[in-house]
Design a protein around this ligand. Structure first.
Ligand SMILES: CC(C)(COP(=O)(O)OP(=O)(O)OC[C@H]1O[C@@H](n2cnc3c(N)ncnc32)[C@H](O)[C@@H]1OP(=O)(O)O)[C@@H](O)C(=O)NCCC(=O)NCCS
Length: 146
């Protein structure tokens, strides 16, 4: 996993600029974060996301879920659930009817619990020569453009 730090696991400031990233904090300490995106990149930090990170069309494309992390001390206390609900609400408001994401293996049971379906598993090459297995997942919201 350490080979993924900074590239796959890293800050994508475009999510912050787009105001689609949420954090939960206490006493100015962030302990959970996650967001959604109306752009093409499925994962990656500032240095690793797609160069031309084009805006998506809600009529034809799926919104993205991006970069969910919860501090282990706060695990299984509904933090990621709260952020995912906020993201899905915002995605619906933006009139997307589908969501796509790329999950690392530890993230799969979390997304599955919220009706995301697994598709292909593939390997993302890392800077240290190793690779990280990831799973493409999707969810139909069945609203917005129907
Ligand atoms: C995946 C992650 C974001 C989940 O955060 P969390 O705040 O602990 O998740 P929640 O408490 O909101 O869990 C909601 C539900 O998801 C499911 N779930 C979450 N983590 C799970 C796990 N490890 N195994 C099985 N189910 C899990 C459960 O149904 C859970 O409900 P329950 O606790 O009532 O059973 C967190 O474990 C994490 O940061 N993992 C490391 C980074 C990562 O893998 N991020 C995903 C990016 S692809």
């Amino acid at each position: 996993m350490s080979g993924a730090l900074g590239s796959v696991f890293g800050v994508d400031r475009q999510l912050i600029r787009d105001q689609t990233y949420f954090v939960i904090e206490q006493s100015q300490q962030v302990f959970a974060c996650g967001g959604w995106s109306k752009r093409e990149s499925l994962f990656g930090s500032d240095t690793a996301r797609l160069k031309n990170d084009a805006l998506l069309d809600p009529l034809h494309h799926a919104a993205r879920i991006r970069a969910f992390f919860v501090h282990p001390a706060w695990a299984r206390r509904g933090m990621a659930r709260a952020i995912l609900h906020a993201c899905e609400e915002a995605i619906r408001a933006a009139r997307f009817s589908r969501i796509e994401l790329v999950a690392t293996l530890p993230g799969v049971p979390f997304y599955r619990a919220f009706d995301y379906k697994s598709h292909e598993t593939y390997e993302v090459p890392l800077v240290n020569g190793l690779s990280l297995p990831v799973v493409r997942m999707t969810k139909n919201l069945g609203n917005a453009n129907e």
